[in-house]
Design a protein around this ligand. Structure first.
Ligand code: ADP
Length: 600
């Protein structure tokens, strides 16, 4: 009789057909598997039937039918998948079923097995408790999803051909049930990953990058069921700040970023390595994150996480930031669709970060341009005013002369104003020349000598305002390397201002000295002083104090801008310490000449 006719006549088939219907229509996988193992024991007469499912690299018993007192022993039992695969290789093949007679496979396999205690019957085909009978449960793709194992076959004998065929049918149904379950789980997972990607893409419509990251981090944390997720943008420049970051459920503020990840991710991205990178708490065998791995593991411990997946925010191969998804020990590893989803989030966020960066650069440039425009307007107004005042005076006096006025009054006024115009134009030319200049001429210049020269030049004004002046300088020269003309100009400007903005009878004191860092020169007065607000732009061209008393004294607001430029060209600094109404101290610091004796 042919195999087909055998089976069609078998009354046990009714149960099998019912099962097939359930396998195809039910979403209750656990229930269907229960029915299958019950079918094998009650319908086919096996003493024990169990289904184990693959979880990672272990086979875990999930469904059992047989004597109740065995149930607790069997359910949840784990065996390495590899042991079963090795046993398959040595088994007899009965269709898709595998039979391993006692003694054929070595100890390790048996140790992991659960062997029901029963005595074998008589005869050559007697079933022995050490025999093993499995049916591998395959998905249609050929992927092994689990096994069905049976024991105590009907009659205590090794199953005959017909029994094997019937058992095979149940095994096929169990495989289908697992495969349907896997398919459903994958679809559900893809749906969740798809939702996550939609949410991240929608977050991209928010204007503010911080809001984008906040919405995205939440979508990723929920979509990938993570115990902690971080999104961080790397600073734009080496010393830049990390202001753009978000975390969920712990917010961004809790832990600082892992700067070393940048180097690792850049290297991996350039090598076209796939992302995400998965990290456990053990030392990283592939050494994929040599610079940042330990820092990452430290953070994982802070969040009780045992696994983390790291992914860059990418634009092409440029790494703009990173995502870290952490999971705890009781959560399974990320599945391929979840990994792909995470990598896609990284590719979605990269351009968003880039756009935000471009926007902020644009805003900064716009603000700078506006400031420049404002400054240009102010500059034109100031120059016009400074040119116009002496010019008006000169023209007034020439008209007076034409009308026959005395030369004695008009000529000195015309000369004074012409000098003022010349001074302004000289200053303007110097200022513009210094902006172009890159480095000064270098020769030995004694700062104390320069100060003495400036005091001599100012002798008349000092006398006129009844000012006393003191110089405190070491005996020998205080030498720096520089352009003597330019440094003299700085000295003249600082001393000139100290005299100009002093009240009659005041005191101007100058100190020259040096220390390990360089030479210095400081000029103090007890004059008008400068408010904090005016100090902010004091060294900008054409800036003059807003104080009306200071404004009433003629000046161009160019002297300090020129001085600062000269000092900077000499790799030095100029600073001010001043209190409105009490006086000011300006200090210039310059590097020592390479071979000069160091003071201080
Ligand atoms: P000017 O003196 O020609 O206006 P400066 O650039 O030398 O130009 O100085 C800029 C401004 O700084 C001055 O207009 C003045 O308001 C203020 N300033 C400079 N030095 C002093 C000082 N020693 N005491 C008070 N104010 C000062």
């Amino acid at each position: 009789m042919s195999k087909g006719i055998h089976l069609l006549q078998d009354p046990r088939l009714g149960r099998l057909y019912e099962l097939m219907r359930r396998v195809n229509s039910s979403t209750d996988t656990a229930g269907v598997l229960e029915e299958i193992v019950a079918g094998v024991t009650e319908g086919l007469g096996y003493g024990v039937a169990a289904i184990s499912r693959i979880q990672g690299d272990a086979l875990v018993v999930s469904t059992f039918s047989g004597p109740e007192h065995y149930r607790a022993q069997v359910l949840g039992r784990r065996r390495p998948v590899q042991l079963i695969l090795d046993a398959f290789d040595q088994a007899d093949e009965w269709g898709i079923i595998r039979y391993v007679p006692r003694g054929r496979v070595a100890g390790e396999f048996l140790e992991g097995m659960w062997v029901p205690d029963c005595d074998p019957v008589e005869g050559a085909d007697a079933w022995h408790p050490g025999d093993a009978l499995f049916g591998p449960l395959y998905a249609p793709t050929g992927e092994l999803l689990g096994i069905m194992s049976v024991d105590r076959p009907p009659g205590g004998r090794v199953p005959d051909q017909q029994q094997r065929e019937l058992l095979e049918m149940f095994v096929v149904q169990a495989g289908l049930a697992l495969s349907h379950a896997q398919h459903r789980a994958r679809l559900a997972e893809q749906l969740v990953v798809g939702e996550m990607l939609t949410k991240v893409a929608l977050a991209g419509s928010l204007v503010d990058l911080d809001l984008v990251l906040e919405a995205a981090v939440r979508a990723v944390a929920e979509g990938l069921d993570s115990c902690q997720t971080w999104l961080r943008c790397f600073p734009e420049t080496l010393n830049g700040s990390w202001e753009h970051a978000a975390g969920y459920p712990a917010p961004n503020a809790v832990t600082a970023g892992i700067q070393t990840l940048l180097g690792d991710l850049v290297r991996l991205s350039e090598a076209d390595h796939g992302f995400p990178i998965e990290v456990g708490l053990e030392p990283d065998p592939g050494d994929l994150l040599p610079m940042s791995g330990q820092a990452l593991q430290h953070k994982m411990r802070l969040h009780d996480a045992t696994q983390a997946a790291v992914c860059p925010m990418l634009v092409g191969r440029d790494v703009l930031g990173y995502l870290v998804v952490m999971r705890s020990a009781d959560q399974p590893a990320l599945t391929p669709p979840q990994r792909a989803g995470l990598a896609e989030v990284g590719r979605t966020l990269g351009p968003l970060v880039l756009n935000a960066r471009l926007r902020s650069t644009e805003q900064r440039l716009l603000a700078e341009l506006q400031e420049l425009d404002r400054y240009k307007g102010e500059l034109i107004a100031t120059i016009s005013h400074e040119l116009k005042t002496p010019l008006t005076s000169i023209m007034g006096h020439t008209e007076l002369l034409e009308d026959g006025a005395s030369l004695d009054v008009s000529l000195p006024a015309i000369t004074r104003n012409a000098h003022r115009l010349q001074g302004l134009i000289d200053n303007l030319l110097s200022y513009s020349r210094l902006q172009e200049k890159r480095s000064p001429a270098r020769q030995e210049v004694d700062l104390a000598g320069l100060v003495r020269g400036s005091i001599e030049t100012l002798a008349v004004q000092l006398d006129r305002q009844a000012l006393s002046v003191s110089l405190d300088a070491p005996h020998g020269p205080v030498s720096v390397a520089g352009d003597p003309e330019e440094l003299r100009r700085v000295c003249d400007n600082l001393l000139g201002n100290a005299v100009k903005y002093s009240r009659p009878g005041g005191r101007v004191s100058v100190q020259v000295g040096g220390d390990a860092d360089g030479a210095w020169l400081s000029v103090s007065d007890q004059g008008l002083g400068i408010s904090r607000q005016d100090q902010v732009h004091l060294f900008s061209a054409f800036h003059r104090s807003s104080n009306p008393e200071a404004l009433s004294i003629p000046g161009t607001g160019l002297g300090l801008a020129i001085s600062r430029r000269i000092v900077e060209l000499h790799e030095g600094t100029v600073t001010v310490d001043s209190t409105l109404g009490q006086g000011s101290t300006f200090t210039v610091r310059l590097p020592w000449r390479p071979d000069s004796p160091r003071l201080g």
